[in-house]
Design a binder for this molecule. Structure first.
Ligand SMILES: *[C@@H]1O[C@H](CO)[C@@H](O)[C@H](O)[C@H]1NC(C)=O
Ligand SMILES: *[C@@H]1O[C@H](CO)[C@@H](O)[C@H](O)[C@H]1NC(C)=O
Ligand SMILES: *[C@@H]1O[C@H](CO)[C@@H](O)[C@H](O)[C@H]1NC(C)=O
Ligand SMILES: *[C@@H]1O[C@H](CO)[C@@H](O)[C@H](O)[C@H]1NC(C)=O
Ligand SMILES: *[C@@H]1O[C@H](CO)[C@@H](O)[C@H](O)[C@H]1NC(C)=O
Length: 662
């Protein structure tokens, strides 16, 4: 996997071929996160009125993500009212990446139970549960344990049926008994195959050994009852046990994958020593190309990129950049983004650049790198940070951006000393520039549509003339090429995230519009939106309340005192409120926002829906029109149920399409 291995291969084309072959091998052999639903169980009781249940739920899930990110098990406790405990467990045979994908899928589906105070979801590769008490050590429960059998019998043939069923039953008995013993010896996880019957057992890591034994024995007994069905799944409080006539698990552990992997690379190395290498990789590409049509586009683009990078002179030498950044010295570090850390570099010709060091992360890394280079080099706008080039030959991948000398916007608007510095005119220009940059990302002139996903004050940089430049495209995905509905966890920053993205993971351009709205309010008011730190006093809510009582000018940053335009500033706040409306359809597009900001004659429609979070705390006179937390969720749930049992992907696709048709 280490690109150093290929440094002997000078032609960049071959490096891409190799990377590609490898990434395809990885994805085709080890990439089934097993996200099909086994069972979703929602508790019956609801949280008391007036508790911040959904924001707490989101925090709780984020807490789990930070742990499951690097492990197969996570538990988390949030000291809220009602208290929240949650546990996530991936089956031990999943790779870390698939584990994240499986967690992301369960995290996207479990909100169907909201606002229940408890819920459990079993996917075929992982488990997720939250509840209002500490259940981590529980193993069996008469009310929670459940079993699900598939609807198909094993194939019957003629008169021997009874004999066949008996034999199958014995094999199932034997397989589930054996897999239980293996799991007990083996830290709670086991797989086993007996004569065409495949079985997997997994106890949650927090369940003690004796509990694990009880739990698996109960599940084994329950799934035996499924015979002669082809599949049975025991879904207990502390464990999961499944048998099937199909092989559904990955053989061996992570370590063995790595082993198998270096085996492959050795074979390739040997083959590459001969001229047969050419034929092999071409046919491998061809075969996988045909099989994985999903990757078709990437394949094409990948070749194009490497060619374009070579042709366009976007290529930087790794050693040069290493020296330019003083060997990535901490004193040169400018910041830390989602995809890696950023350093200041001084090139031999004296030019100052920002060098982003990407986290090297196998297949995911290739995708991410690919996205950044491909997208950013194509998209140029005065309000977007410019990509100057990249380096792909060193031990890690580097991106080179133009250096933006002033710090990010948050250093100016939230720092009392510096806040005086930004007058109304400058703040207004920053808002307009950011809106134009975003409108451009959303497809302005070009055909490419990009959702930034993490618009916030620290991602808006200011140049020496205080022009805003949107940075950190690490989270950017191009809708045209990336139809995948699963991101490894919902990306973004709390406080800026649109409610539909927060709760359902639904991603459209309107997610950026919402974040932009929050940013606008922050810039004009000079305050952070502290939605999640206090029950009251969130900026969104304060501004909305002032708006309802016609006192909008009171919200404006006192630093600007008499400096602001008495007509313009409240209008801009009103645009911010329009952008943060709870319902996706009511939010304007960025193009409309730009028009409202720049066209003096443009009528600004009144926002008629409060921001979603904490909306239930608004004065009761508005309650008929406002969306309370509860009704928002039941709407969401109704919508999800309306789409029937269809998969997440179709739901996401249709919402993408809906937004494209707008
Ligand atoms: C948890 O919820 C149940 C209702 O389902 C309730 O009886 C119990 O008191 C709650 N526990 C806590 C600690 O709030
Ligand atoms: C909570 O709110 C719902 C709907 O707003 C209402 O029907 C219910 O009576 C309230 N419950 C309590 C305990 O106030
Ligand atoms: C995942 O783990 C890496 C390395 O341990 C860490 O830098 C990163 O912030 C984590 N991501 C999340 C979303 O917690
Ligand atoms: C298992 O779950 C199903 C669906 O929720 C339910 O109808 C059934 O009663 C449950 N069985 C047990 C034994 O709890
Ligand atoms: C499956 O097998 C059971 C028990 O042998 C039998 O009662 C049932 O009719 C069979 N179902 C189908 C669809 O063949």
């Amino acid at each position: 996997m280490n690109p150093m291995q290929f440094s002997a291969l000078k032609q960049p084309y071959w490096r891409w071929v190799l990377l590609l072959v490898f990434s395809l091998l990885v994805s085709s052999s080890f990439s089934d996160p097993r996200i099909s639903n086994s069972g979703l169980f929602c508790g019956n009781s609801k949280p008391p009125n007036g508790t911040n249940f959904v924001p707490n739920f989101v925090k709780e899930m984020q807490g789990l993500l930070e742990v499951i990110n690097t492990s197969h098990f996570a538990s988390y406790h949030l000291n809220s009212t009602p208290p929240m405990y949650a546990l996530a467990q991936c089956h031990q045979d999943l790779s870390q990446n698939d584990c994240l994908l499986c967690y992301a899928a369960s995290r996207t589906r479990i909100p169907r139970c909201l606002p229940s105070v408890s819920a459990r979801i079993f996917l075929d590769g992982c488990f997720l549960r939250y509840d209002n008490y500490s259940f981590f050590q529980e193993s069996v429960s008469s009310s929670l344990d459940n079993v699900s059998c598939s609807s198909n019998n094993i194939t019957m043939s003629g008169e021997d049926n009874n004999k066949r069923v008996n034999l199958f039953g014995r094999n199932v008995d034997y397989a589930v008994g054996k897999v239980t013993r293996i799991a007990l010896r083996n830290g709670g996880f086991g797989v086993e195959q007996v004569d065409g019957v495949y079985a997997l057992a997994q106890c949650w890591k927090s369940v003690p050994a004796e509990g694990c034994r009880q739990c698996l024995q109960k599940a084994a007994k329950a799934v035996r009852g499924c015979v002669p069905k082809k599949e049975g799944r025991g879904m207990n409080t502390g464990c999961y046990l499944r048998y099937s006539t199909k092989k559904f698990y990955n053989e061996g552990t992570e370590a063995e994958h790595d082993h198998g992997f270096s085996g492959i690379s050795i074979i390739i190395a040997i083959v590459s020593a001969t001229s047969a290498f050419l034929m092999l990789s071409l046919s491998a590409i061809y075969a996988t190309y045909a099989r994985l049509s999903k990757r078709k586009k990437e394949l094409k683009n990948l070749g194009q990129i490497s060619k374009r990078i070579d042709r366009s002179g976007l290529k930087f030498n790794y050693e040069t950049l290493e020296k330019a950044t003083d060997y990535f010295s901490m004193s040169r570090k400018l910041g830390q983004g989602g995809a890696g850390s950023v350093f200041m570099g001084i090139l031999p010709n004296g030019k100052i650049v920002a060098v982003k060091r990407l986290i090297y992360n196998t297949r995911q890394w290739v995708d991410e790198f690919f996205n950044e280079v491909n997208l950013i080099s194509r998209i140029q706008h005065k309000n977007l940070v410019k990509l100057l080039g990249c380096s792909i030959e060193g031990p890690e991948s580097l991106l080179v951006y133009e250096y933006v000398p002033n710090k990010s916007l948050d250093h100016f608007i939230f720092d009392e000393k510096k806040a005086n510095f930004l007058k109304w005119k400058q703040r207004f220009d920053i808002i307009v520039g950011t809106a134009e940059g975003l409108a451009h990302l959303h497809g302005g002139a070009s055909q490419i549509r990009i959702i930034h996903r993490d618009i916030k004050s620290s991602n808006v940089l200011l140049d020496e003339n205080l022009n805003p430049k949107i940075a950190d495209f690490g989270l950017v995905r191009c809708l045209a090429t990336d139809k995948s509905h699963l991101s490894t966890g919902v990306a973004g920053t709390l406080g800026y995230m649109a409610p539909e993205y927060l709760v359902r993971g639904q991603l459209t351009e309107k997610v950026d519009v919402y974040s932009f709205g929050v940013l606008v309010l922050e810039i004009v008011c000079g305050k952070r939106n502290t939605t999640f730190t206090k029950d009251s006093g969130s900026l969104l809510q304060t501004v909305w309340t002032l708006y309802r009582s016609n006192r909008l000018p009171e919200a404006i940053d006192p630093c600007m005192r008499d400096d602001f335009s008495a007509k313009e500033a409240p209008n801009v706040l009103q645009i911010g409120l329009l952008c943060t409306q709870a319902s996706v359809a009511l939010r304007p597009s960025m193009a409309q926002v730009v028009q409202m900001l720049t066209d003096k004659d443009c009528e600004i429609p009144p926002p008629n829906q409060p921001p979603f979070l904490n909306a239930s705390l608004l004065e009761p006179t508005n309650s008929t029109r406002s969306y309370s937390t509860d009704s928002f969720i039941s709407n969401a749930v109704r919508k999800i149920q309306g789409s029937g049992t269809s998969s997440e992907s179709s739901r996401t696709r249709s919402s993408d399409e809906a937004s494209r048709n707008q």
